[in-house]
Ligand binder design. Structure first.
Ligand code: ASP
Ligand code: SER
Ligand code: ZN
Length: 579
């Protein structure tokens, strides 16, 4: 039999758009990779040019597709049209000069951030963010901590003019694209009415807020004992330089101050990794083996050849960790300045979560090669990192013996200092930016309003009087690099939903914090079913595949920390809660 020949058909308009945007997206990715791993005037200029071209083409296609009759398109094509409209986190302004200037302003802020150094008092060297962060996590000298915090945040004054201009230009673009402002564009990326997004956020926050306030009260009590009442009062907010982290977003390095190690506490992972001379690449191998143990395919050899694992000595780079799919298929890479620490061990799992997600959806059409929503993308690696339990570390030979249940509280406290402590920060960064974009916060109020929110949600205040030139939000990477932040808030909720669901898939019925899904392909299969969808379906469907539910829900997070919650309540006793 002769097979019937179908007549060759011309690519549809949606296919044309997809092919052109894919080509431009890949080119932009390459230019950005070179810029981020070799920051110079030229590489920044070339990356900005590519971005402008890409954004303009996206805007043009979105406009063209808006004018066609949707009833002529298949449902898949309709979804692709929707994706084009919200695929990027910027919209090119119609005005050519504005479109040109916008990516340059962002590049300029990123350059300032990437190269900022400060020489703390009584130190001989100027330190970069990694060096300053090391002091914040290790020192217990409040004067030094304050100096380091202040020295880093001096970069805000340099960034501020670029930021103000970026807000204006990005809003021009967003309005040309039919959005009220850039914040409205960002809120349109969640398969729901953008006006509902903040309501969802508020609902989740209310579920976790009591746990945060309890943790805050406990930490204040112990810091006050450790530093004395003149440094940390027993009531009111805590000053932001005392949390062991530049932004007060993870308090994990305070653990030794908060909970004296018991004779049975396991050796800390940093020490083990350092003593063994573990290399950055070996750290990444641990992460890869975890994913492979779930039945996912090993990383391609190009990943190992093209990734950047260490800060180069001879040039400036953007050290903020990130994961890339440069050709949107197999050419996956991570870019990190890996330090041999427990924290970085977990960040590696975070980045590899992006990488394995990218590999899982690479067979989707280009416009669907993305997360179900951006919070899913951020949650995958963190979900895996929740399985880095003491038992897991014994299994992979990084710990001699798992401690008994008497160590559970210490383990959970460490987790809470990272996960629960993060929640208000994850929420406030974009609640602040949304108001900046909408104009509700005027430039003169950038800094006071930033601190209003940090006080309201985190219960923190600045360590020093902030002058009129201060712009402390500019000390956070995502603010200068135009990366939306709500994704991390969602991810911190979702990862516990995923962990709970995958734990059940393995038949686990013990406490959630003790479960590791390492070596459980049945969990991997479930995870992969979600990852391989990419953004081809609305996110509630992706969520349902793994968890059976269609809503983001803080219940599993609360369940995970339940044993800690009653312990914290005992510790806090009659001491005040709140600020
Ligand atoms: N781990 C970093 C953070 O989440 C970078 C990333 O998102 O991949 O910002
Ligand atoms: N990686 C994100 C940050 O650095 C969220 O933890 O802020
Ligand atoms: Zn991430």
């Amino acid at each position: 039999m002769i097979s019937p020949k179908s007549k060759p058909s011309l690519p549809s308009i949606v296919e044309q758009a997809e092919a052109e945007l894919q080509a431009l997206g890949i080119e932009t990715g390459r230019a950005e990779w070179v810029r981020s791993t070799y920051v110079t005037t030229d590489t920044s200029e070339l990356a900005a040019l590519a971005e402008t071209r890409d954004l303009r083409a996206t805007a043009q296609w979105a406009r063209r597709l808006r004018s066609i009759d949707l009833t002529e398109l298949s449902p898949v094509e309709v979804r692709k049209c929707d994706r084009i409209r919200v695929a990027q986190v910027l919209w090119a302004p119609n005005d050519l000069r504005d479109a040109d200037e916008l990516p340059r302003r962002i590049s300029s802020m990123e350059g300032t951030y990437a190269t900022w150094h400060y020489r703390p008092r009584e130190q001989s060297e100027r330190l970069d963010l990694e060096g300053l962060s090391r002091i914040l996590s290790d020192s217990r000298n409040p004067e030094l901590l304050g100096d380091v915090w202040e020295g880093w945040h001096q970069l805000g004054a340099t960034i501020r003019p670029d930021f103000e201009r970026y807000v204006t230009l990005a809003n021009h673009g967003a309005r040309d694209g039919g959005f009220e402002d850039l914040g409205a564009l960002w809120r349109s990326r969640y398969d729901m009415d953008p006006r509902e997004v903040d309501r969802v956020v508020e609902g989740l926050w209310r579920e976790v807020e009591p746990l945060y306030r309890l943790l805050h009260a406990f930490v204040r009590l112990r810091l006050s004992e450790g530093y004395g009442k003149t440094v940390v009062r027993e009531v009111g907010p805590i000053r932001a330089h005392l949390f062991g982290n530049m932004w007060g977003q993870s308090w994990r390095s305070l653990l030794p101050l908060l909970s004296p190690s018991s004779p049975t506490a396991p050796q800390d992972l940093t020490k083990t990794l350092v003593e063994r001379g573990t290399s950055p690449a070996e750290m990444v191998r641990y992460g890869e083996r975890f994913f492979v143990s779930l039945g996912l395919p090993a990383l391609p050899s190009t990943f190992w050849e093209r990734s950047m694992f260490v800060r180069p000595q001879d040039r400036d780079v953007v050290c903020h960790a990130s994961a890339w799919a440069v050709d949107t298929r197999d050419d996956v890479r991570i870019k990190m300045c890996i330090e041999i620490t427990e924290e970085e061990f977990r960040v590696i799992h975070h980045e590899l979560g992006h990488t394995f997600y990218q590999l899982a959806y690479r067979d989707q059409p280009y416009l669907f090669r993305d997360g179900a929503h951006d919070g899913f993308h951020e949650a995958v690696g963190d979900t895996i990192a929740l399985s880095i339990t003491p038992e897991y570390l014994v299994q992979v030979g990084l710990l001699d013996q798992a401690p008994g249940p008497e160590n559970d509280i210490r383990f959970l406290l460490a987790q809470a200092l990272e996960k629960v402590a993060f929640l208000p920060f994850g929420l406030l960064v974009d609640r602040w930016r949304w108001k900046v974009f909408s104009g509700e916060i005027a430039p003169a109020d950038y800094n006071p309003s930033w601190w209003d929110l940090r006080l309201k949600y985190q219960g923190m205040e600045p360590p020093t009087e902030r002058g009129p030139e201060a712009f402390d939000a500019g000390g956070k990477y995502h603010v200068v690099a135009n990366v939306p932040y709500l994704r991390y808030f969602f991810a911190h909720i979702l990862q516990f939903q995923f962990h709970q669901a995958l734990a059940r898939r393995t038949g686990w019925d013990g406490p959630l914090h003790r479960c590791s899904i390492y070596g459980h392909p049945e969990a991997g299969e479930s995870l992969l079913s979600m990852l391989s969808l990419g953004s081809s379906r609305p996110w509630p469907e992706a969520l349902e595949l793994v968890t059976g539910g269609r809503m983001m829900d803080a219940g599993p997070l609360r369940e995970y920390f339940r044993p800690l919650e009653s312990w914290l309540r005992d510790q806090v006793g009659s001491a005040p809660i709140g600020w």
